[in-house]
Design a protein around this ligand. Structure first.
Ligand code: ADP
Ligand code: GLC
Length: 481
């Protein structure tokens, strides 16, 4: 049995701020249990809901040298759908209302602690992984630590590491001196060929230099991050390591996101009966959100973190123009104040037509995926994107910009060949986006049969984990040798 350890800062069902949690919560379940024993380590945030804390069982605790002090490291365990999770407990480190704070320094202290603790508990829980699979900057120190101090003991010999980039934008950067102190790593590591980047220390870079393999969450993003535009300053390093870098597109949990037995939606449906049944979800959502009750209105959904990454300045630029059209727009998201207020403003201005829901709700997100006709995702960059996959699964036609995973998962509609699962545009330009939306509107209003065939193809597309989980397995096998 090969042992794989996921280390990550969030996972469904315990805590989620974005797609990372969906991936870490669903991929381990889909790895073949006959050959792999996959376990997950994550922080026990104070803000995790009581319901989930209740299923965690206290195992033991010890004290670990960290940042000039001895820090408490508690270990909790829970098993969910056959996957064992370990939680690192330290209420001072993992306090706060959210997993991440607005203070970069605090987060670095927190996740450097987490990374060191995750390695330190392994002998205690008696689990020696063949591969540690690290996710994003929060775990970037793990490959570094494994090459350094943990090599002293025999326990840590021959552990391979994978670093998966879910979002290159976030790297965990601070000045070298401070990071040296926090991590206890010697000066040797803080040179431009190791953790240093542009005079600062960079935790993700450490992971990318020292990991045995690097992956990211789509083929297109794997190529994009080797360029200046998408490379966030690490494109040189990624080019240098391109032999060890591969793209594996994300899947989604086909049990959790299934219009046929989704308990969160008003009316269940499938690929056969959506023509009659999907509409009932639209009616219910229009009623719930106070939108005009009208079966025919082209309803566009947007469920997203409200940040620059998601292309919302394009939306803001043409929102007035868009609202002149015969449409409804339903937004669910939280994030930067400028976008939250922008959508609140348009909700007020076009009441009955625009609904801005500025909060986080699993339930409302499912209702939107089920109710809308189209889903808008005009991202500036998108490593993979899961929302468009959820939309496809619910027969809600994605309108996306051709970047990263959006390009790899949404096939643009071709009216001559009657192919495609969505609508797309190439350049980061509000009028190109408008043209794509208007094209979708036109097909919806004027060629309903064509529109329904797009839905047929969207719902037939397979973005379950089947194929991608096999690719991860192949990579683990190759690493272990
Ligand atoms: P990212 O990870 O960049 O935020 P993804 O598309 O990969 O983007 O994943 C976003 C996930 O977060 C999806 O599962 C989406 O439904 C969910 N999500 C985003 N905002 C909200 C919200 N306000 N309420 C509920 N779910 C949300
Ligand atoms: C990141 C990316 C998103 C991706 C998710 C899961 O949050 O922004 O595109 O789908 O990670 O890999």
């Amino acid at each position: 049995m090969k042992k794989i350890l996921f280390v990550a800062s969030e996972a469904v069902p315990f805590i989620k701020t974005g797609g990372l949690a969906d991936v870490v919560g669903s991929l381990p379940k889909c790895i073949d249990k006959r050959y792999f024993d996959v376990r997950v380590i994550m922080p026990k945030y104070v803000c995790i809901k009581q319901q989930w804390k209740d299923i965690m069982e206290y195992k033991t605790h010890f004290y670990m040298d960290y940042h000039w002090k001895k820090e408490y490291v508690g270990i909790f365990e829970a098993v969910v759908e056959g996957v064992t999770y370990y939680f690192i407990d330290n209420e001072t480190m993992f306090n706060g209302m959210k997993p991440y704070s607005d203070n970069a320094y605090e987060d670095i202290v927190k996740f450097a602690f987490f990374s060191k603790a995750a390695l330190s508990i392994l002998p205690v829980i008696d689990f020696k992984p063949d591969v540690v699979h690290c996710h994003d900057w929060q775990t970037g120190l793990i490959p570094v630590y494994l090459k350094e101090r943990f090599q002293g003991g025999e326990f840590y010999q021959n552990i391979k590491t994978v670093m998966t980039i879910h979002n290159l934008k976030f790297q965990g950067k601070w000045d070298v001196k401070t990071i040296e102190e926090i991590t206890g790593l010697p000066q040797y590591f803080f040179t431009p060929d190791k953790l240093e980047a542009y005079k600062d220390a960079n935790l993700l870079k450490g992971g990318l230099v020292y990991a045995d393999a690097i992956t990211t969450v789509s083929d297109t993003y794997a190529e994009e991050i080797k360029t200046d535009f998408y490379g966030e300053g690490l494109n040189g390093l990624l080019q240098a390591r391109s032999k060890d870098l591969r793209g594996i597109v994300n899947g989604i949990d086909y049990e959790e996101y299934n219009p046929e037995n989704d308990k969160l939606i008003a009316n269940r449906y499938n690929a056969v009966n959506f023509r009659k049944e999907k509409i009932k979800n639209k009616r219910a959502l229009q009623a719930e959100l106070g939108l005009e009750q009208n079966d025919k209105k082209f309803m566009i959904g947007l469920v997203s973190r409200l940040t620059d990454q998601k292309g919302l300045d394009l939306v803001s630029y043409v929102m007035d123009e868009l609202c002149m059209d015969d449409i409804q727009i339903v937004v669910l998201g939280t994030g930067s104040e400028k976008y939250e207020n922008m959508f609140r403003h348009f909700d007020w201005k076009y009441n009955g037509k625009v609904s801005a829901n500025i909060y986080y709700s699993e339930e409302v997100s499912h209702k939107i995926y089920a109710a809308c006709d189209a889903f808008l995702m005009p991202s500036l960059f998108e490593p993979c994107g899961l929302s468009q996959l959820m939309s496809l699964r619910y027969g809600t036609v994605p309108i996306v910009r051709e970047t990263g995973g959006l390009k790899d998962t949404v096939e643009p509609y071709n009216e001559y060949e009657s192919t495609g699962t969505g609508f797309s545009f190439t350049n980061y330009n509000a009028h190109e986006m408008m043209a794509a939306i208007r094209y979708a509107e036109k097909v919806y209003y004027e060629k309903k049969r064509e529109w329904n065939k797009i839905i047929d193809r969207a719902m037939a597309a397979d973005f379950s984990w089947n194929v991608s989980a096999a690719k991860y397995q192949e990579m683990y096998d190759w690493l272990i040798g």
